[in-house]
Design a protein around this ligand. Sequence first.
Ligand code: ATP
Length: 257
Amino acid sequence: MNASLLSLEKLSLHIGSTQVCQALDLDIQAGQCWGILGPNGAGKTTLLHTLAGLRGADTGRILYANRPVTDLAPRELARLRGVLFQNEAHSFPGTLFETVLAGRHPHLGRLGWETPEDLELARKALEATGLQSLKDRTVQTLSGGERQRMEIAMLLAQAPDLALLDEPSNHLDPDQQILMLRLLRDRFIQPRRALIMVLHDINLAMRFCDHLLLLKGNGQQLSGPAREIATEENIHWLYQHPVSRLQAKGTTCFYFL
Ligand SMILES: Nc1ncnc2c1ncn2[C@@H]1O[C@H](COP(=O)(O)OP(=O)(O)OP(=O)(O)O)[C@@H](O)[C@H]1O
């Protein structure tokens, strides 16, 4: 049996007038890729930030390897989980290389100096995301897609056990969407690692996720293996839009009518 990286026990969460989830039990195991789907405003980002330990829940517990997230020091938490935020604003005007290298922060020694290994990991992360030729550019000069790839590179450099991604395909063209999600899958779908991503594109979710959490935005939720959860009926229930489930080239996809 795989190890449990993150467990939710009877988690209830609301923001404003939105009930994001209600008594949600979930077990994210090493080697799994979870997709969180739901209509605009359902609370997907709010839940992701809560899982990351950045905000509190109403009731219930969030456990990282059986330890409550509230007991973990920031540095320890930053080694366990990394977050790809939507529209992250970087406050200092660094170069691409310096920014990606900052991903190594949770791993630095007491003096805070980067080792040659940290520099090498940052260099490799830039190479993996195809950004090495831009390494000396300032972050402010990057296009939306280049910036998104930089955020992914930073997460690769951080190398946490669990990656929490908020719409990782944002700003990416179709080719880069596939390349970056493949890269994330290859790095994080590992015996000691896992991936959770909020996605709007259900077909990307079908392609990359083995488990799904559907959030309706009124406290109703459905979770489980993607092949059981991704039915025409459930996807119609989720988005309140007519949809057809199709088989193409051996994979399941959804066509919104
Ligand atoms: N500080 C706040 N106070 C009150 N309501 C808020 C606050 N922040 C967010 N909300 C609302 O909470 C709901 C959930 O927001 P959230 O960003 O988590 O949804 P989401 O599912 O990620 O949405 P989207 O798909 O549009 O990105 C939204 O209706 C949002 O307007």
